[in-house]
Design a protein around this ligand. Structure first.
Ligand SMILES: Nc1ncnc2c1ncn2[C@@H]1O[C@H](COP(=O)(O)OP(=O)(O)O)[C@@H](O)[C@H]1O
Ligand SMILES: Cc1ncc(C[n+]2csc(CCOP(=O)(O)OP(=O)(O)O)c2C)c(N)n1
Ligand SMILES: [Mg+2]
Length: 327
C-alpha cells in the first residue's frame, strides 16, 4: 500500500546505477514494490507507521542488526543471499519462542555509491524468505552510511504460551532441530579463500532455519527453547543459566555431515565436531522437553538436563571456543 508511488527504477535501471543516481524516494518505492502485504496488514509501507491486525492476545517482538564486514561480506554472498539471511535470523527468533513471524520492518544504511541493483536484489531475497512463513515487510527506513547496515524488527504470534529460555528442569532431554555446524564450515572455507564444499558455503550464505519446528516444539510441551545464532554450546549455556540447571551434551549424538569431515581434514586435522559445538549462523533450534514427551518430526535428542549449573560435553567441561561474541 505505498502511497508515494514512483516509477519502478528497476524497470529501466542503467547497469551500474547507484543509490545516488536513483534517489531516496524512488528507491523506497522500488523496495516496497517488492514487499507484498498479507491480510494481517491494515496499513503497510507508505505512511508514518504501519497498522496491523493482531489475532492473539500477545505480540512477540525481536530485533537484530547485521553489519557489513561483521555479519556478511558482499564478496562472499550475493545481495539476495544477504536479504535471505537478514530475514531468516529475525524470523528464527520468533520461531525460537514457538511462534510464527507475521510482520517485519527493515532499516537500511548504505553507501551512496552502492549499486541500486544490489539493494533491489537484497529486498527480493528478504521478501522471498518472509514468504516462507507468510510474513510481510510493513515498513522500514533508508539512510546513507559508510557501510551496509541492516536493522530488522520482527513481530510474530504464538498460538500457545511462548517457550522461554528459563523453563528447563532436571530430567528433561535436550534436543536439536535443523542443520548445525554447516554454516561455520562454510565460513571457515570462505575465510581460507575457497568456495567448496559448496553445500557448506551455501549453508553459510543462505541458512535454512527449521521454521516449522518451533511451533511444533511448543505444541509438544517444550520446556525451554533458543535458536543457535552464536554457537551451540553458548546457546545451551543460555538455557542452563536462565533455567538454573546443568545441561550435558552427548557428542556422539551430534550429526556431523560428511563435508565437515572433509573441511576439518583440509584445515589440518581439526576436530569436525568443533564446528557443530561452537558454530553459529545456521539458526538451528535447541529445546528441552520432558523425558516422556513425544518429540515432533525433525527433533533429535543430543543431551540431558540435571541439577547443577553450566554446560558439559560428555560429562566434562569443554575448554575452548563455545560460540561467537562481539566484544
Ligand atoms: N541494546 C539492547 N537493548 C535492550 N535489550 C537488548 C539489547 N541487546 C540485546 N538485548 C536483549 O538481550 C537478549 C539477548 O540478546 P541476543 O544475544 O542478541 O539474543 P538473540 O541471539 O536471540 O538475538 C534479548 O532479549 C535482547 O532483546
Ligand atoms: C563475514 C562474516 N564473518 C563472520 C561471521 C560469523 N558471525 C558473525 S556474527 C555471528 C553471531 C550472530 O550474530 P549476532 O549479532 O550475535 O546475532 P544474535 O545472537 O543477536 O542473533 C557469527 C557467527 C559471519 N556471519 N560473516
Ligand atoms: Mg540479537
Amino acid at each position: 500500500m505505498a502511497t508515494d508511488q514512483h516509477p519502478d527504477p528497476a524497470a529501466a535501471l542503467e547497469p551500474g546505477a547507484t543509490l545516488g543516481d536513483i534517489g531516496e524516494f524512488a528507491l523506497i518505492s522500488a523496495l516496497t514494490q517488492r514487499f507484498p502485504q498479507g491480510e494481517q496488514v491494515l496499513i503497510g509501507p507508505g505512511d508514518d507507521a504501519a497498522v496491523l491486525r493482531v489475532r492473539t492476545g500477545h505480540v512477540v517482538v525481536s530485533t537484530d542488526l547485521m553489519v557489513e564486514g561483521r555479519h556478511f561480506r558482499r564478496d562472499w554472498a550475493s545481495a539476495a543471499d544477504v536479504g535471505h539471511r537478514a530475514a531468516a535470523q529475525n524470523i528464527s527468533d520468533i520461531n525460537a519462542m514457538g511462534g510464527t513471524a507475521t510482520s517485519l520492518t527493515i532499516g537500511i544504511a548504505a553507501p551512496v555509491d552502492l549499486e541500486a541493483q544490489w539493494l533491489l536484489d537484497f529486498a527480493q531475497g528478504f521478501a522471498d524468505e518472509c514468504a516462507l512463513v507468510g510474513a510481510s515487510v510493513v515498513g522500514g527506513d533508508l539512510t546513507r552510511g559508510d557501510q551496509v547496515v541492516v536493522a530488522v524488527t520482527v513481530l510474530g504470534a504464538c498460538t500457545v504460551a511462548p517457550v522461554v529460555r528459563s523453563g528447563a528442569g532436571p530430567g528433561d532431554v535436550l534436543a536439536v532441530a535443523g542443520r548445525q555446524g554447516w554454516a561455520a564450515g562454510g565460513l571457515a572455507v570462505l575465510g581460507r579463500g575457497f568456495r567448496s564444499p559448496r553445500v557448506l558455503v551455501e549453508a553459510y550464505r543462505r541458512p535454512e532455519p527449521p521454521y516449522a519446528a518451533g511451533p511444533a516444539a511448543a505444541d509438544a510441551g517444550a520446556t525451554s527453547m533458543i535458536d543457535v545464532s552464536d554457537g551451540l554450546l553458548s546457546e545451551v549455556a543460555h538455557l542452563a543459566t536462565a533455567s538454573g540447571v546443568r545441561i550435558d551434551v552427548r557428542s556422539a549424538d551430534l550429526e556431523v555431515p560428511e563435508p565437515l569431515h572433509a573441511v576439518a581434514a583440509a584445515l589440518g586435522g581439526v576436530d569436525p565436531v568443533g564446528f557443530v559445538l561452537s558454530g553459529g549462523d545456521d539458526h538451528a533450534l535447541l529445546a528441552t522437553f520432558p523425558a516422556d514427551a513425544d518429540l515432533p518430526e525433525g527433533w533429535a535428542v543430543i543431551g540431558s538436563v540435571a541439577e547443577g549449573e553450566g554446560v558439559t560435553v560428555d560429562g566434562a567441561v569443554r575448554t575452548g571456543d563455545t560460540g561467537w561474541t562481539h566484544f
